[in-house]
Structure formats: structure tokens, C-alpha cells
Design a binder for this molecule. Structure first.
Ligand SMILES: [Zn+2]
Length: 269
């Protein structure tokens, strides 16, 4: 039973502010410890549920948040940036389930620290449907036949999860009070919930469905301003659909995912 973990940071219990998520800031070290412990809780649950292999991809910011000597030694770690596949680097056909830890809700939603990949994205849609990181990454995993089995984060993300991958378990670790505030479970209880959820996800992996797109793969990104959209539209094969929006369609979702990454990387103020 092979388990892949995509580990973000903003959905960690106790993390509610931007400075906590930025490596150069004083508040970061304490938040990083919380993140590492939640990832270890997921690894523990995965092995309790029957995992024989766990690969963790550090999916936050510069992607060097998880300290190798603090991570459960049974897991292997994909770290550093840039990585071609960013939050899903290291996933491959043959994994039985993907667990998404420390995730947050999509840009424009009311969740704590909501955004989609970077702060320039107002909305992103897959085949017309608004999605955030969860949807974009679930679609990539789905293409490889890997179901999302567990998502961890706040109550706004819980609703997003129920719409996008309703079969997935959810470990609820905090309730958004605002973009920069939340009511949190204690760290110990958050870890317990994550371990339970990971165990159940791995045990139930065979019954989980694979996320599939309803039609030809297509992403449309709406940016905050027209300069950003104009730069994103330099992506070959893209189409400017409005002053703020750029669309890219292709028969292969791998190309769509790459184009999304290219567009948000090109875009700047
Ligand atoms: Zn994120």
C-alpha cells in the first residue's frame, strides 16, 4: 500500500497569520514545528492503516519546511523548489492514495489564509468549476489513478472537500473566524484527528474514487489586475478571455496543469 502525502502549511491548527508561514519571520519556527508534527501524525496513521511506503512532498512556499531529521524516518521526503509539479511533485501511477495535510480553502473563499498557489489568483476554474489547490492537485492525482483519501484543514475547506472529493475523509482541525483568525483544536487533538483520518483513508483506499474532469481539460484563471492577466497570456496556447482572465485547454491535463503553473509564474504586478 503506497501512500503519497502533499503537505501544505496554512491549514495547520494554530496557524492563522501570514508571518507564521514565512521562513524569514520570527513566528515561523513555532508554526513549522506544528506543521511537522501534523505531517508525522498523518504518516503514523498511514502506517497504522497498512501503508508499506509513504512519500511526503513538502508543498508550502519554498518547500523546505519539513526538517528531514524531525520527520518520521519511515517516510521519504521530496523537498525544495522549484519542482516541475510543485504541490504534486513525486506522485506517480501506482500510489494507492493521496493525503493532503495542512491544506486551505480556495482563493476568494472565507477560509483562514485562503489562496490558490499564489496571491495573484482571484479565481481559478477547471472545466468551468471554481477550484483551489485541492481541486487542481486532485485532478493531477486523478489522472494517474490516485484518489484523494484525506484532507486536513479548516471548516471552509471541509465544505470544499465535500464538493470536490466527497469520498475523502476530512480531519477538521480549526474553524475559520476570519481570513486571519480561527478557533483551533489543541495541537494534540489535531494530531489525533489527523492520525485517525489517515488510518481510515489508507484502510479505505480501495473504495475511494478517483477525481475526474467532466470534459476536455481546461483551466481559466482570473487575476487581480489586467497587468497580471496580460503577462499570464504570454503562455503559448493560452487565450485571453477577459481583461482579467486567461484560459488554457488541452486534451492532456498534464499540459493544463503545466500551463496553470506557467501562467501564475509569469503573472506579476
Ligand atoms: Zn497552499
Amino acid at each position: 500500500m503506497r501512500v503519497y502525502i502533499s503537505a501544505d502549511m496554512e491549514g495547520t491548527a494554530g496557524v492563522t497569520g501570514i508571518l507564521q508561514t514565512m521562513p524569514a519571520e520570527k513566528q515561523y519556527d513555532a508554526a513549522r514545528s506544528l506543521m511537522i508534527a501534523e505531517v508525522n501524525a498523518a504518516i503514523e496513521g498511514a502506517f497504522q492503516g497498512g501503508a508499506t511506503e509513504v512519500r511526503v512532498n513538502d508543498s508550502h512556499d519554498g518547500m523546505r519546511n519539513l526538517l528531514l531529521d524531525a520527520l518520521d524516518p519511515r517516510a521519504e521526503l521530496v523537498s525544495g523548489a522549484p519542482k516541475p509539479l510543485s504541490m504534486v511533485e513525486g506522485i506517480e501511477a501506482g500510489f494507492d492514495v493521496m493525503l493532503c495535510t495542512g491544506y486551505h480553502s480556495m482563493a476568494g473563499s472565507a477560509g483562514t489564509l485562503a489562496h490558490t498557489y499564489n496571491g495573484l489568483v482571484h479565481t481559478s476554474r477547471l472545466c468551468g468549476r471554481p477550484v483551489g489547490e485541492l481541486g487542481l492537485n486532485a485532478a493531477y492525482a486523478g489522472l494517474l489513478g490516485v484518489p484523494v483519501g484525506l484532507v486536513t484543514g479548516d471548516d471552509v475547506l471541509q465544505k470544499e472537500t465535500a464538493e470536490i472529493v466527497p469520498w475523502a475523509k476530512f480531519a477538521l482541525v480549526k474553524w475559520a473566524a476570519s481570513r486571519y483568525a480561527a478557533r483551533n483544536l489543541s495541537h494534540a487533538r489535531a494530531c489525533e484527528e489527523i492520525t485517525k483520518g489517515a488510518e481510515a483513508a489508507v484502510r479505505g483506499a480501495k473504495q475511494m474514487q478517483v477525481f475526474t474532469l467532466p470534459g476536455r481539460p481546461e483551466v481559466e484563471v482570473t487575476f487581480l489586475n489586467a497587468a497580471q492577466a496580460g503577462l499570464a497570456a504570454l503562455c503559448p496556447g493560452s487565450e485571453r478571455t477577459s481583461p482579467l482572465s486567461v484560459r488554457f485547454a488541452h486534451d492532456d491535463y498534464r499540459e493544463v496543469f503545466k500551463a496553470f503553473r506557467a501562467m501564475i509564474t509569469l503573472a506579476r504586478d
